[in-house]
Design a protein around this ligand. Structure first.
Ligand code: DCP
Ligand code: MG
Length: 454
């Protein structure tokens, strides 16, 4: 099938068609063979091998695949009447609907939208199928979330008989055909720019950012394009008069570090397209968490504690299943006015026990129950490691040892008779309004991968 392109495959003069994968010998705008306008040309086309792949409107795309009647309709995936938008298809996005938007706002923007409750099990399954296809390209896959991953395609040309850019294009086609959803891909020399590139021409996008153009490309972009520059930090920068990456490019490292510490160093490097992080196949889960949005906002320990307990147990179950333990417990609260509070505490050694996660979370929660009404509570652990060193027998605290043993017994019972077979003192019989409305539907991602490391 690819014999026709064997000769000049590595000549950057020759672009290729994303639809029929034919090499383009001339400079025409449309494919010499199939007439498609989706031609890829780039002077560094065959030098670049760091890729980022991200599925388009993932949950919505899966639902559209499974119900073709939805294809041309605006679709929002989200939970509960008080819930938020998980994602929206691109038709709904044209009307202004965005992820994490409160559902009532999304429906104001797009009243005709069809709202579908998330089916996490299905999305996890499809995500795994996409990931399996990635691993068929290279073992160098670093999953980032349910629908995205970095790939290092260096050294795969012999195996595939194609350079990385074309392997990516063929992969996108294969996902469309075999799984029935679309992806966007970015190709560059580093992770930072590969990720930006995959976002650049979404959906069904393919973009390349080479070394030569990196600095000038970045110059025109807003500071928010840099990892770690969210809303709050971009406001800090704006107060200092910094809005574009071009401004950062003109600043000295010492100046940036003096003003913003470690983050200043990151701003210095990334603004210049310097990012030497490698694709790390084993570096997958960075935190394990569970969260829930309430039907009615709640403020008291009485109402919050049983939810915290139930979520801690969920996190613990997930850790145990994955043979992981975490050293930092993270509590997350979202108040009535959508402000998010996160509080962390580092433990002496990693844990996977619900009891330790819960009691640490409880300490953190006590300080936040100041009358504020909360709409969301989450608990998780980060700083993950395998569970070999987790929860060493604590000779000082016999109580904690007893609790650990009891928890082992509860786990065994639950394995045998199901989750609901054993309720603890904190959750037993607590069917009041503080309980999550739809625990399985409003949960956050099973495993999150925040961009904290750079
Ligand atoms: N998600 C979520 N809540 C968010 C963001 C995302 O539940 N605040 C879920 C739904 C998304 C999935 O994670 O479908 C993947 O997240 P992405 O950020 O990749 O968003 P999409 O794939 O939906 O859209 P895009 O085409 O922008 O990648
Ligand atoms: Mg996506």
């Amino acid at each position: 099938m690819f014999a026709a392109m064997a000769a000049p495959v590595n000549d950057p003069e020759h672009g290729f068609c994303r639809d029929c994968l034919t090499l383009q010998r001339g400079r025409t705008m449309r494919c010499e063979r199939c007439g498609s306008p989706r031609i890829v040309r780039h002077p560094e086309l065959h030098k670049l091998h760091i890729a980022h792949i991200d599925c388009d409107a993932f949950y919505a795309a899966v639902e559209k695949r499974d119900n073709p009647a939805l294809r041309d309709k605006p679709v929002i995936i989200g939970g509960g009447k008080r819930g938020v938008v998980s994602t929206a298809c691109y038709i709904a996005r044209i009307q202004g609907v965005r992820s994490a938007m409160p559902m009532f706002k999304a429906l104001e923007a797009c009243p005709e939208a069809i709202v579908i409750k998330p089916d996490m099990e299905k999305y996890v399954r499809v995500g795994r199928e996409v990931r399996a296809m990635m691993f068929a390209l290279t073992p160098q896959v670093e999953p980032i979330s349910i629908d995205e991953a970095f790939l290092d395609l260096a050294g795969t040309e012999k195996l595939h008989g194609l350079p990385p850019a074309m392997v990516l294009a063929r992969f996108s086609q294969a996902v469309e055909k075999e799984i029935g959803i679309t992806v966007s891909a970015g190709l560059s020399y580093c992770k930072f720019l590969a990720k930006i590139a995959s976002d650049f021409r979404k959906p069904r996008g393919f973009a390349i950012i080479g070394k030569e153009e990196a600095v000038s490309f970045l110059a025109d972009q807003p500071v928010t394009m840099i990892w770690g520059v969210g809303k709050a930090f971009s406001e800090v920068l704006a107060r200092d008069g910094i809005r574009t990456i071009a401004q950062l490019q003109k600043m000295e490292r010492s100046d940036l570090m003096g003003r913003y510490g470690v983050m200043g160093d990151r701003l210095y490097r990334l603004s210049r397209g310097q990012d030497d992080r490698r694709v790390e196949p084993d570096h997958d889960a960075k935190s394990v968490s569970a969260e829930t949005t309430f039907d009615t906002d709640i403020a008291t320990m009485d109402d919050l504690v049983p939810v915290l307990r139930a979520l801690s147990e969920k996190v613990s179950t997930r850790l145990k299943k994955a043979n992981l333990a975490g050293r930092t417990v993270v509590l997350k609260l979202k108040s009535q006015d959508f402000k998010i509070r996160t509080r962390n505490r580092q433990l002496g050694d990693p844990t996977r026990l619900a009891d330790r996660i819960f009691s640490t979370g409880l300490d953190l929660l006590r300080k936040e129950t100041d009358g504020t009404k909360y709409r969301l509570l989450g608990i998780g652990v980060s700083d993950l490691s395998d569970d070999g060193k987790a929860d060493p027998p604590d000779l000082v605290d016999m109580q904690s040892r007893k609790r650990a043993l009891a928890e082992g017994a509860i786990d065994a019972l639950r394995d045998k008779f199901g989750r609901k077979a054993v309720e603890t003192g904190y959750t037993f019989g607590k069917g009041h309004r503080g309980r999550p409305s739809r625990p399985d539907e409003d949960e956050g991602p099973e495993v999150q991968h925040p961009w904290e490391r750079i």
